[in-house]
Design a binder for this molecule. Structure first.
Ligand code: UT7
Length: 320
């Protein structure tokens, strides 16, 4: 049996912040942000938290799948910005959904989190250990951005995207995953410093630090390579793929990836214009957008692919 997506859902905070809004509080412009990234607006959490956004997205995904929370046997969260270190996010969501019979755990793989989570879910389904799995990415990245660093904060937003998976004859065909820990410092964020009776450290930069151009080059090189690798493994050509659902990091980057694959941009749906980069939530968010627009038909072949902190990357090919 394979992991098949039966339903999708997403949630974003109420507060919508346009590029012009940001230009009022920092030295930037709509023109610069649009031209370099394609982002026009992002939604930032004020009243919401990572768990409330996640619960909203998961309820919508369950509803879309026609599945009751009590039927879930596993919940996997992908996040780097939970509301609490403990209890962890998937446990909070399990409680919020009243899915008390489901096991739950979090994965911390940055923007590649959803890709890692779906390949883990597929392995569980193939092994027969779990049948009904909820996977979601949820982030309030605004809490770890330095709002005085205009080269990074303009890119990101908050939100959640969820998918409900069921064991089925068709589903995820295969996946490739990769990590280059040596390149990790290109996109980092310090953890809470060591503090105990024997050592005292100040938390001097508790924000995301990003070497933007390095990450850009890494992504444009690695994502097409991993897509070609997963397609080869599946014995499917790029022309047979209806949609390439790519991590929404930068619209220019997605255009460069489409060009390298020799595929039209029509096959690369996007939501980044309205959401910014929402890390692990971005792939299920775009998927939900095209699902709600009625653009997916059972039997369609899709590719999910992305990259992120670690540095990591991943790609999956699947039957919708
Ligand atoms: O999920 C993975 C997360 N990360 C990524 O995907 C990041 C990938 N990288 C990128 O998307 C791009 O590198 C950025 C959009 C982040 C930045 O674009 P860039 O073309 O690499 O710009 P830059 O940082 O090299 O800066 C170019 C210029 C600089 O000015 P000077 O030194 O040329 O005078 C910056 O100070 O643009 C300036 N600049 C800005 N100007 C207006 C940087 N940020 C801004 C800004 N508004 N927000």
């Amino acid at each position: 049996m394979l992991a098949r997506i039966m339903g999708t859902g997403m949630a974003i905070p109420k507060l919508r912040v346009t590029n012009d809004d940001l230009a009022k509080i920092m030295d930037t412009s709509d023109e610069w942000i649009t031209e370099r990234t394609g982002v026009k607006a992002r939604h930032l959490a004020v009243e919401e938290g990572t768990s409330s956004l996640a619960i909203e997205a998961c309820k919508k995904a369950l509803d879309n799948a026609g599945m009751d929370a009590h039927e879930l046997d596993l919940i996997i969260a992908a996040t780097v910005t939970p509301d609490h270190l403990l209890p962890f996010l998937s446990g909070e969501v399990q409680a919020g959904l009243d899915a008390m019979q489901a096991a739950a755990f979090d994965m911390v793989v940055g923007c590649s989190g959803y890709l890692y989570a779906i390949s883990v879910a597929n392995a569980y389904v193939k092994s027969g250990m779990y049948r009904n799995i909820l996977i979601f990415g949820a982030e309030t990245l605004s809490r770890i951005m330095n709002w005085e660093d205009r080269s990074s904060c303009i890119l990101f937003g908050d939100g959640a995207g969820a998918t409900v998976i069921k064991a089925s004859e068709e589903g995820v065909i295969c996946s490739v995953l990769g990590t280059d820990g040596k390149a990790g410092p290109a996109l980092g964020c310090e953890a809470r410093p060591l503090q105990n009776p024997y050592v005292h450290n100040e938390w001097d930069y508790p924000y995301v630090k990003m070497a933007g151009q390095e990450v850009y080059k890494f992504a444009v090189r690695t994502v097409p390579r991993s897509i070609n690798e997963v397609l080869d493994k599946a014995g499917i050509s790029a022309d047979e793929i209806k949609y390439f659902v790519i991590h929404q990091a930068n619209l220019r980057m997605i255009e460069a990836i489409a060009k390298r694959l020799g595929q039209s941009m029509d096959k690369f749906p996007a939501c980044i214009q309205e959401t910014g980069n929402v890390s692990a939530a971005s792939i299920p968010m775009v998927l939900d957008k095209i699902n709600r627009e009625g653009k997916l038909e059972r039997g369609d072949k899709l590719v999910f692919a992305g990259f992120g902190a670690g540095l990591t990357w991943g790609a999956s090919v699947l039957t919708w």
